[in-house]
Write a new protein. Structure first.
Length: 83
């Protein structure tokens, strides 16, 4: 799980390196790190709202879980986690 988060962070850093003001933080455990026998981590992306950032996150979501390497890992995005 943690290895998957590190790979996602690395991909996001590569995809957003040309975008100004984008920060990629993590991986970090969620406040409730384990739920229903599953570990939970997050990678936080902060930056100006726009199509390039959404496209980078979308690409990671669609391609980040394709192989057998991370079988059983769920990846999702939350646009505004404070709401």
């Amino acid at each position: 799980m943690l290895r998957c988060c590190r790979d996602i962070r690395r991909e996001l850093l590569c995809l957003t390196e040309t975008l100004s003001g984008v920060k990629v933080l993590g991986p970090a455990p969620l406040p409730v790190a384990r739920m229903n026998k599953a570990w939970r981590y997050r990678v936080t992306v902060s930056g100006p709202e726009g199509k390039p950032l959404r496209a980078a996150v979308s690409w990671v979501l669609m391609n980040g879980n394709n192989g057998k390497k991370y079988k059983g890992v769920s990846v999702y995005a939350d646009y505004d986690p404070l709401e």
